[in-house]
Structures are given as structure tokens and as C-alpha cells.
Design a protein around this ligand. Structure first.
Ligand SMILES: [Zn+2]
Length: 353
């Protein structure tokens, strides 16, 4: 070995043996999800939104927690029976006409093919807080039956079908975020990878419990009033307006949501990079202002460096690849932090679109 090579070798050893930090900086995951997912107009609007961002080179992938009633026409409702309910009963509307079911299947297949994730919000939007594991298992079985037999259940032509089997559905959010101890063994038994029914502080990295990743919604403070809310549209609506739609408040509530989400994003992006969790509904609460704010948020942040607006399955893949030590380092923020991102236009007053 020449002298120069010896020196180079020694330098390389020095570099390896004294790491400056415990971990490399992780990407900033942003998981945006929707619950229920009934309205065909919203499927259309969201697929157009992601196509528009795609044209600008920005990738956004959503997770859809679809209620199983969306796969069953009103006239076929008797095919479903939820735990402790009469046959044909659901807390939210069934899927409409058979033609509407067929159209919904088409949107779902298109979104699935584009890399978005279809996940489960159970079938009848029932409150499972007193359910046993067997009750949850019954509901999951009904869900799978509705996915795998959508044509025959609704009297539709055979070629109306999902492009994936029910067994590919790996994610769950409980209706009303209402869980029971029996839920988790039932989820595990049914082959789920993750649950999104809990809540936690915004700077917490996900934990795996009972073999399931817990991707919990964030406990946030509203940007202006500092009232407590969850990172979910319905909870903003209650916190801001007690669930009452008033046109006089719409703009203000929309801008406050956008500011709240941007503050959540900035704190995590320049902090410990804990994944961001946002849960909305297809229902246009409060004249649709929350969905305007959400899309404005996605448009501002999803194309920024080191940001991944991705599905929960992609986040679960990332989490599965981390060692215990690396995850602990992330939680502590033990890596070189990023400076505050520049987001333009930063002020909602500059216009949402
Ligand atoms: Zn729901």
C-alpha cells in the first residue's frame, strides 16, 4: 500500500467511526385520507386534482377509507346485516342505484391503478365501541363479500368488478374513530397492516402495537383561536362553528384550517419529521371550504423537496424498513434538521387557488 492510499484509508476509517448524528434525515411523509367516499362528484374532483398536479410534476397519492355500503345498491340493502342491527340497516346511505355502483367501481379502479390506496371504513358506519372481536370479524367478512361479489350482489354485468381482491385491503379506520379492545386482534386476524382510528400529539412517530402500525390523527391547536381539534375536517367544523354551517364564517374557517395545516407541516418539516396525518370526508361540510383548504394545502406542500404525499401503505413500507434505533433517533429528532421550507403564496389572503 502506498503512503497516499494509507492516508486515504485512515481518513475513511475516521469518517466511518465518528458519525456526527444518529441517523440521516427522513423524508417528510404526508398522509392525506378520505372517509366514507360515496359522492361520485368528489371521486371525479379528486382524480382531476391529482392529474392537474401530475402535469406540474407533483405527485400526490391519497388513501380512501371506503365504507362498504358504497358497494351495495339501495334496493339490495337486505344483503347486509351489521352486528346488533336489523338486516338492511346502515347509519349512512347505501350506494345508490346499480349504475352508480358501477360508476364508483370505475373511479376506484382508476385511482387504484394510479397508485392511490383503497382501505376499509367498515360497512354500515356503525359504532363498534362495545363490539367483540367476533363482531368486528363479522363486519370485515361482510366487507370482503361486498368487494369480491360486487356484480352479482347488484345485478350488474360480470365485467363490473374491482381490479384487486378484498384481501389486498390492508388499512382501517373505525367509524366515529370508535374502537373496542376486540378490534385489534380482529384486525390482525383479518390480515390488516395498520389502523388509523387513534389520536396523538403532532410530533409523534407511529408505533407498532399488537402487530399493527398505528397511524393516529394529530391533536392540533387551531392557528387563530388556539382551540383544540384533530387533524380531521369534521373536528374543525365542531371546534370552529359547533357543526353549524354559516356562510359568514366559511372563508375565515377555511383560512384558519389552511394556516393550521401549514403550521403543522412547517413544525414537523423542520422538526423531527414525524409523518403528517390528515383525514377528511367526501361530505362537503361547511359549504365545501374544508376541502378547498385541504387541496390548497396539498398543492403548496406536496412538491417541496423531501416531501412525500403518499398512501398509508407506502408509509407502512417505510416504517417496516426502520430499525428500532433509527426510529428512536427520528422520534428524538437526532439528525440534521432542515431549515423552514419556503411556501408561496404563504398567506391564504393571497388566494386559495
Ligand atoms: Zn366515517
Amino acid at each position: 500500500m502506498t503512503c497516499a492510499r494509507e492516508i486515504a484509508f485512515a481518513l475513511a476509517l475516521t469518517t466511518i467511526s465518528i458519525p456526527a448524528v444518529a441517523a440521516e434525515r427522513p423524508p417528510q411523509f404526508i398522509a392525506i385520507a378520505f372517509d366514507n367516499c360515496t359522492e361520485l362528484s368528489r371521486w371525479k374532483e379528486l382524480s382531476e386534482f391529482v392529474a392537474r398536479l401530475n402535469e406540474k410534476g407533483v405527485t400526490v397519492r391519497f388513501t380512501f377509507f371506503v365504507s362498504g355500503i358504497n358497494y351495495l345498491a339501495n334496493e339490495k340493502r337486505a344483503l347486509y346485516q351489521g352486528p346488533y342491527e336489523r338486516r338492511g340497516y346502515s347509519n349512512i346511505n347505501f350506494g345508490g342505484s346499480p349504475e352508480e355502483i358501477a360508476e364508483r367501481v370505475k373511479y376506484i379502479n382508476e385511482m387504484h391503478a394510479a397508485g392511490h390506496e383503497i382501505a376499509s371504513h367498515a360497512v354500515g358506519h356503525l359504532d363498534g365501541k362495545h363490539w367483540s372481536s367476533a363482531d368486528w370479524a363479522q363486519e370485515f367478512k361482510s366487507y370482503n363479500q361486498l368487494v369480491d361479489h360486487v356484480a352479482e350482489n347488484n345485478g350488474l354485468p360480470e365485467d363490473v368488478k374491482f381490479s384487486f381482491p378484498a384481501s389486498d385491503i390492508k388499512g382501517f379506520r373505525a367509524p366515529y374513530l370508535s374502537t373496542s379492545p376486540g378490534l385489534y386482534p380482529a384486525l390482525k386476524q383479518a390480515g390488516f397492516r395498520y389502523d388509523t382510528s387513534g389520536t396523538m400529539p403532532p410530533d409523534r412517530w407511529p408505533e407498532k402495537k399488537d402487530g399493527l402500525w398505528r397511524f393516529d390523527l394529530a391533536e392540533l391547536r387551531l392557528a387563530r383561536s388556539r382551540k383544540a381539534t384533530l387533524s380531521m375536517d369534521y373536528n374543525f367544523f365542531i371546534a370552529q362553528s359547533l357543526g353549524l354551517d354559516s356562510s359568514a364564517r366559511r372563508e375565515r374557517d377555511r383560512d384558519e384550517m389552511l394556516e393550521t395545516y401549514l403550521a403543522y407541516f412547517k413544525a414537523n418539516y423542520s422538526g423531527n419529521r414525524a409523518p403528517i396525518h390528515i383525514g377528511h370526508h367526501f361530505t362537503n361540510y361547511h359549504g365545501g371550504v374544508y376541502n378547498e383548504a385541504l387541496l390548497a394545502f396539498a398543492e403548496r406542500v406536496c412538491g417541496l423537496p423531501e416531501v412525500k404525499c403518499e398512501t398509508y401503505s407506502k408509509l407502512a413500507d417505510f416504517m417496516d424498513g426502520l430499525s428500532t434505533e433509527t426510529l428512536a433517533a427520528y422520534q428524538k429528532g437526532d439528525f440534521p434538521h432542515a431549515p423552514q421550507p419556503v411556501i408561496l403564496p404563504d398567506r391564504p389572503a393571497a388566494g386559495l387557488r
